[in-house]
Design a protein around this ligand. Structure first.
Ligand code: KIV
Ligand code: ZN
Length: 391
């Protein structure tokens, strides 16, 4: 792995699947896991094996079919969780156990009724035990976003001493500002002894709509793994959206950070996840929403028809969308109408276009969107078109 490479850790099947009412069965999970592997993700978090026999089976079956990616199973810092995760991962070519514990004062006091020193000991013990099963052990410091940096650094040091290969710094509650999250990564990079032995990982939640921005700040400040989900699905407001971080790094090449993702597969896998989980993707969702490459105002349409880049920073083909859409509404101009008419076989003269456009506007004022059948009807019933066509 080069220093510019950012590993993509997909947790659609674990954190993503925690969306209420969106449970997937093993068969659906296998289809998604296969596509994630083809997409080029580096790690697939396949589930939380101790949580249910169904999740155990899914992790086990996914481990058997994944060819390239590391397959990861979640556990708490509890011996039996870790043992069961190791069993579920036994067929994986590249297994990883993801274990950890809450480190914020709030988690230490209210969740564990414990103290900081005890949590460090438990973290060390959990990673050491996981290392007795697999070489690749990722440690998560739950609620790291609200954990004091000095203490977090001590927890990370203990995890590295026990053999952790990856240190996950979750902003579990989606609380941090990008500058804060970036500074946290920088602090850890500069203050944790032995940090070069492990990769720092961003795991951001979207409660304030900052998950993507925080993950990007994380990698700018030294992290080299992003944990994310397709379409940003996940508990509450969701997780970092895979397609967003991948395309940000691709579009901003001066950051000199890249991923192994085949971006032309993004739209297809977004549809697959949305259909399988029955979660509708908002139309204005970045990269994969139905309107992400649709232009409906006259000024924008004219600009895009003349030169696509005027209003588009991404070539739709780069993310698997066939082409930009010129949507006809009452806000559209003549250029858009002429363009759509040409697509269905009408080369309109200026005179024809002027009259047809007036008819189009009165039609469009009554209907939200004008489709190809409407365009046929508007043109064929237009007087000026009939006169010239029959002359
Ligand atoms: O958000 C979080 O803290 C998590 C951990 C369990 C990794 O999902
Ligand atoms: Zn999470």
């Amino acid at each position: 792995m080069s220093d510019s490479n950012v590993q993509i850790f997909d947790t659609t099947l674990r954190d993503g699947e925690q969306v209420p009412g969106c449970k997937l069965n093993t068969e659906q999970k296998l289809i998604i896991a296969k596509q994630l592997d083809n997409l080029g993700v580096d790690v697939i978090e396949a589930g939380f094996p101790i949580s249910s026999p169904g999740d155990f089976k899914s992790v086990q079956e996914i481990s058997k079919i994944v060819k390239n990616a590391t397959v990861c199973g979640l556990s708490r810092s509890v011996k039996n969780d870790i043992k069961v995760a190791a069993e579920a991962l036994q067929y994986a070519k590249k297994p990883r156990i993801h274990t950890g514990i809450g480190t914020s004062d709030s988690h230490i006091k209210f969740k564990f009724n414990s103290n900081r020193e005890d949590i460090i000991e438990r973290a060390f013990a959990a990673v050491s035990y996981a290392k007795s099963f697999v070489e690749d052990v990722e440690f998560y410091a739950e609620d790291a976003g609200r954990t004091d940096n000095e203490y977090l650094a001590r927890v990370c040091e203990a995890a590295i001493k026990a053999g952790a290969t990856v240190l996950n710094i979750p902003d579990t509650t989606g609380y941090c500002l990008p500058s804060e999250y970036g500074a946290k990564m920088k602090y850890l990079k500069e203050n944790v002894k032995g940090i070069d032995k492990a990769i720092l990982s961003c795991h951001c939640h979207n409660d304030l709509g900052l998950a993507t921005a925080n993950s990007i700040e994380g990698v700018i400040n030294g992290a080299r793994q992003i944990e994310c989900t397709i379409n940003g699905i996940g508990e509450r407001a969701g997780n970092t959206a895979l397609e967003e971080v991948v395309m940000i790094l691709k579009q901003h090449s001066y950051l000199n950070l890249d991923t192994n993702i085949i971006t032309s597969m993004l739209y297809g896998i977004s549809q697959l996840v949305s259909d399988s989980m029955g979660i509708y993707t908002q139309p204005n969702k970045a990269i994969v929403g139905a309107n992400a490459f649709a232009h409906s105002s006259g000024i924008h349409q004219d600009g895009v028809i003349k030169h696509r880049e005027t209003y588009e920073i991404i070539d739709p083909k780069d993310v698997g969308v066939t082409e930009s859409a010129i949507v006809l509404t009452a806000r559209s101009g003549r250029a858009a109408l002429a363009y759509r008419a040409k697509n269905i076989g009408y080369e309109l003269t200026k005179l024809q276009l002027d009259e047809i456009y007036i008819n189009f506007l009165s039609f469009a004022d009554k209907k939200k969107e004008i489709n190809d059948t409407d365009i046929h009807q508007i043109i064929e019933t237009s007087k000026v078109y009939r006169q010239i066509a029959s002359a």
